[in-house]
Design a protein. Structure first.
Length: 536
């Protein structure tokens, strides 16, 4: 897993923060993020704070909320498991139980706390939550779980400290009650900003009476909201010096927040973004809000059971009883050395003007000891084989995942075939076909030869542990080598001073996810790029 920027915020009561806050970009973090996500840091003396802005129109990533499967864990643990681009702590919890809403992919796994006992009185709070609606628009609302339905209200349940509690919220009370049609949401409270103005509903949300969420002390704070352009605003302030709730609300409003809600703070406050580690924490929390790569949309998937794949078979293919196969159709087997092939004729929905484009080719199969170690995946153009990539389908580590094969040039009308032209094993050996995925490359389909001033080659490619980048220079120079993933993030950067002639720079890829990457080498005289494939 790559290194991340971790803003973990600890307890102190030293100074008093200044609001408004001046901000500056954090390019070291931005380098590891898509252009739709930017990181900013406070430059105001006496204030330690950061915020992230993210445009949800970018379909390369999605917002995710997660409840820890083990009860609690660090935000870094959440981020590592989901390979998050951005992660921050979620709502409130006690022991191993979340007291705040956690909803992801349309399913709520935890709800805002339903009732609180304060001085012998039972209150029913409608607490604030931040989420993305089904249409992709962000929203902040007061939420209560009504018989299994996450219900949003235009106003909070108007509880007051020491007075008779308001009735339990329902499908009609308080005002504006409606099912909250969200895909992803995280609860917290209180609401900080509504309609572009500061509105603290701390008392109505029943944070009085020992909740630990005070209104006067300067504390570490975490908040989530959105601006007038629909961009997400994710905010964290360190406890040295910290902010009051009102200062947090004012800071969010100054960032252009239309609506915003407070999340858990104090020692739970964490923000992770990019690849620049600042501060880390071991505080375990129950939930996290994250921006994660939208893997299912980084490529086009074609299954044997998908009519859009143009799939057909020649020869004595038969169904495999093994799993896990992709989708709803079991994988298929053909004995090595027999006649036949399985053919995909997909039509990737990318307009290349009829010309070939470059794609990363991944395949899903069900491995077994009697599988071929060099199963061929052949690209045909006009009935002629133009490229062949081979896969070890006997490797048990390839089970239940997309396995990168390499980069292929593919045009409308081309096909990809799996044949039995493989090496037999000690006994009967089979090739396996299940599903393929084509992921568009970020750079042009035809790579021009690098200029004479800079020659570049890679080995091994595919690589498992490291890439040896061999460079040939006409004169001594400083060389910058950057490895980009399919989202355009710089995941590795090496700088070396090389003499004229041949030199080498090693780029570690041991902890990178399998897939197709782009390596770029730059000198004052020239730039050269090459595809690099990372295998498991």
């Amino acid at each position: 897993m790559r290194r991340l920027l971790a803003l973990a915020l600890f307890v102190s009561t030293a100074a008093v923060a200044q609001v408004p806050i001046d901000w500056t970009p954090v390019p070291e973090a931005d380098d590891a993020l898509p252009g739709s996500i930017r990181v900013f840091e406070s430059t105001t003396p006496g204030t330690a704070a950061w915020y992230v802005t993210a445009d949800p129109a970018d379909r390369r990533w999605r917002l995710a909320a997660e409840l820890s499967p083990s009860g609690t864990e660090t935000v870094t643990s959440f981020a590592d498991r989901r390979e998050a681009l951005v992660a921050l702590n979620g709502g409130y919890y006690g022991g191993m139980q979340s007291f705040s809403l956690v909803l992801d992919d349309g399913q709520a796994v935890a709800s805002n706390i339903a009732a609180l006992n304060r001085n012998g009185l039972v209150y029913y709070p409608t607490r604030g939550a931040f989420g993305l609606l089904a249409d992709g628009q962000p929203d902040v609302a007061w939420i209560y779980n009504v018989a299994g339905t996450q219900t949003a209200y235009d106003v909070p349940n108007a509880n007051l400290n020491g007075q008779t509690p308001e009735p339990q919220p329902s499908a009609t009370f308080p005002a504006g009650a409606r099912a909250w049609d969200v895909q992803t949401a995280i609860g917290g409270g209180p609401v900080l900003v509504e309609n572009g103005e500061v509105r603290l509903t701390w008392e109505a949300e029943v944070f009085f009476g020992g909740s630990g969420v005070d209104t006067t002390l300067s504390r570490a704070r975490t908040a989530a909201g959105y601006d007038g352009d629909g961009r997400l605003l994710l905010f964290a302030a360190a406890e040295n010096p910290g902010l009051t709730l009102r200062e947090t609300a004012e800071a969010m409003r100054a960032l252009g927040a239309v609506e915003a809600v407070n999340l858990d703070g104090g020692g739970s406050t964490n923000l992770i973004a990019g690849d620049r580690p600042l501060i880390t924490t071991v505080r375990r929390v129950a939930s996290a809000l994250m921006i994660v790569p939208r893997e299912e949309e980084t490529g086009f998937i074609y299954d044997t059971g998908d009519p859009q794949s143009g799939y057909r078979e020649e020869g004595a293919w038969f169904e495999s009883a093994n799993s896990p196969f992709f989708g709803g159709t079991p994988s298929r087997l053909l004995e090595v050395g027999t006649e036949g092939r399985a053919v995909f004729r997909p039509q990737p929905p990318i307009d290349g003007g009829g010309a070939p484009l470059e794609y990363g080719l991944d395949a899903w199969w069900v491995p077994a000891p009697n599988r071929a170690t060099d199963t061929p995946f052949v690209v045909y153009r006009g009935g002629v084989a133009v490229d062949t990539l081979r896969a070890d389908q006997s490797d048990p580590a390839s089970v239940g995942q997309w396995n990168p094969l390499g980069v292929v040039s593919f045009a409308p009308g081309d096909s990809i075939a799996v044949t039995a032209d493989a090496t037999p094993g000690a006994g009967t050996t089979f090739v396996n076909v299940d599903a393929i995925r084509l992921t568009p490359s970020l750079t042009p389909a035809t790579e021009a030869d690098p200029p004479d001033a800079l020659r570049l080659r890679l080995a091994p490619n595919p690589a498992r542990d490291g890439l040896a980048v061999t460079l040939t220079l006409q004169r001594p120079a400083e060389v910058t080598v950057v490895l980009f993933d399919v989202l355009g993030r710089a995941v590795r950067r090496e700088v070396a001073r090389l003499g004229s002639g041949e030199g080498r720079v090693r780029v570690s890829v041991a902890d990178l996810a399998p897939g197709v990457y782009t390596l770029r080498a730059t000198t004052p005289d020239a730039t050269a790029t090459r595809r690099a494939t990372v295998a498991r």
